[in-house]
Design a binder for this molecule. Structure first.
Ligand SMILES: Cc1ncc(COP(=O)(O)O)c(C=O)c1O
Length: 367
């Protein structure tokens, strides 16, 4: 087999395929010249919230802001604890800390690398106000269990769906379970803008109203503020792009699944194991994550054969420098720490060609 060069991610391929549609959408916005809080944003909020199956969608500037504003709208702040995982993107935790609350970490399940539901209850204290499950890698957290635990203890649920647009848990779309759910449309996500963008979804009219105030200076009407707010709006150019792309999301998720299934079926190497899908869920395969003991050697081997890889994520958040004041130490979350030393992500995006997928499988199997 001749040698190929395959980047870990190539978002230009998607732009190239959609270029005429994207340019027509952008032209529409330029012709209107209304760039903030206009019809594109409204339409995208409506279409995306309908796609997920939640009453309100409020577009914001990023997934990070979505989490921050959702937690603030839920009244979470100083003195509160929010339970989540350490194996996640930094913003899951930075958003909690930005509210003044304290993140409390639960270890993860060895097979799925998602929150270990059996370990949640031991972390609940009188200060626990919310649980923040992260549907990492496109793989849905078992939400039925989460909702049972949280309703028993009267705790709010804010879902981090940044990597799981369209994933199902117990037959229902993720983002429909929590009191609030948060999406990112960072360019490399399953549904990605060409810049920063995010959305908060909720079925609760009151929470929707609060989030809407928070995203624009707390203004009830122009120049009248009723609560301290921010500037976190989804702009019209990004919304127009996302409206074009949303139509393709089910097809892209299906293509991701086909590639992931091919990897799982055809990669056979005793030095490698896979992070598994939850048995109760339907993953949208944002990332394809494997485990290997000698990760740096493996990555170097793949790179020298033209295959790009990445690590999601290399340092558990409880051991990050910024969070030393949380007073966690090595050994506190043993499964998280072990897995995070071994994980490596293969290229996985809908535009990968059959030849490229076969090439990657072949190279991995020869390691
Ligand atoms: C799990 C998770 N949460 C939150 C975020 C934050 O999203 P954004 O980059 O749009 O701020 C991301 C994306 O980076 C993410 O992967």
């Amino acid at each position: 087999m001749s040698s190929l060069t395959i980047p870990f991610m190539d978002i230009k391929r998607q732009y190239t395929l959609l270029s005429p549609e994207i340019h027509a959408a952008l032209q529409r916005v330029f012709d209107r010249s209304l760039f903030i809080l206009g019809p594109e944003g409204k339409d995208f909020e409506k279409e995306f919230s309908q796609y997920i199956g939640v009453k309100h969608g409020i577009g914001v500037n990023s997934g990070t802001d979505a989490l921050h504003l959702a937690l603030l709208a839920a009244g979470i702040g100083k003195g509160d604890e929010v339970i989540t995982v350490s194996n996640t993107a930094i913003p899951t935790v930075s958003a909690i800390i930005a509210t003044g609350a304290q993140p409390v970490f639960v270890d993860i399940d060895e097979k799925t690398a998602l929150i270990d539901c059996d370990k949640i209850e031991s972390k609940i204290t009188a200060k626990t106000r919310a649980l923040l499950p992260v549907h990492l890698y496109g793989n849905p957290v078992p939400m039925k269990k989460i909702m049972e635990i949280t309703s028993k203890h009267n705790i709010l649920v804010v879902e981090d769906c940044a990597q799981a647009h369209g994933a199902l848990s117990n037959g229902r779309t993720v983002g429909t379970f929590g009191h609030l759910s948060c999406f990112s449309f960072y360019p490399t996500k399953n549904l990605g803008a060409f810049g920063d963008a995010g959305m908060i979804l909720t079925n609760d009219d009151n929470l929707a109203k609060k989030v809407t105030l928070l995203r624009q200076y707390g203004e009830e009407k122009r120049y009248h503020t009723v609560m301290n707010g921010f500037n976190s709006r989804l702009d019209e150019l990004q919304a127009a792009i996302l409206l074009v792309k949303l139509k393709y999301l089910p097809q892209w998720n299906k293509q991701r699944k086909e590639i992931a299934e091919q990897y799982s079926k055809c990669i056979k190497n005793p030095k490698i194991t896979f992070i598994q899908e939850t048995t109760t869920g339907y993953s949208v395969h944002h990332l394809f994550v494997m485990r290997t003991k000698n990760r740096e050697d493996f990555r170097h081997y793949l790179q020298s054969n033209g295959v790009g890889t990445a690590i999601h994520y290399p340092i558990p958040l409880h051991l990050q420098k910024a969070y030393t004041n949380l007073r966690y130490k090595e050994g506190d979350l043993p499964i998280t720490e072990t897995i995070m030393r071994e994980i490596v992500s293969l290229p996985l995006f809908p535009e990968l060609t059959e030849d490229e997928v076969n090439y990657i499988i072949n190279v991995v199997n020869k390691y």
